[in-house]
Each structure stands twice: as structure tokens, then as C-alpha cells.
Write a protein that binds this ligand. Structure first.
Ligand SMILES: [Zn+2]
Ligand SMILES: [Zn+2]
Length: 68
């Protein structure tokens, strides 16, 4: 088994990002890192959260940045 995944650290948040054919993706998460302006949570998943996983707010959860 060879390791073909190309990885580096995100230029914006410093987390590990993985190269996919279409874009850089945060490890275990989606292309876009989301941030809650209410409680300060940040993170992502494949797809997007509708509500903040920490406080449940839906209106203050915004896209923070795209993996780069
Ligand atoms: Zn990032
Ligand atoms: Zn929150």
C-alpha cells in the first residue's frame, strides 16, 4: 500500500488539508471551514452544518474559509 494522498497545512487555519482532484479539503472535514459567531466554535464536515454543533444556533453559523 502506498501513500498517495498529498497533504499540507492549511494556509489559513494551519490544520492538515488533503489534496483531492477538485480541491484541498480539511482532514476529516469539508472544503469549507465553518465558524459560529455566537459561541466561537469552528470546524467542518463533509457537507455543511445547518446548526452550530455546540450551541445550536443557525443564524450565526457562517463560512469561515476554504481550505488552501
Ligand atoms: Zn483551514
Ligand atoms: Zn455556536
Amino acid at each position: 500500500m502506498s501513500e498517495n494522498n498529498q497533504t499540507k497545512n492549511c494556509g489559513i487555519c494551519g490544520k492538515l488539508v488533503i489534496a483531492t482532484p477538485s480541491a484541498w479539503v480539511h482532514e476529516g472535514a469539508g472544503t469549507v471551514e465553518q465558524k459560529c459567531r455566537k459561541c466561537g466554535w469552528s470546524g467542518g464536515q463533509v457537507g455543511k452544518f445547518i446548526n452550530c454543533p455546540r450551541c445550536g444556533d443557525a443564524t450565526e453559523l457562517v463560512d469561515d474559509h476554504t481550505a488552501s
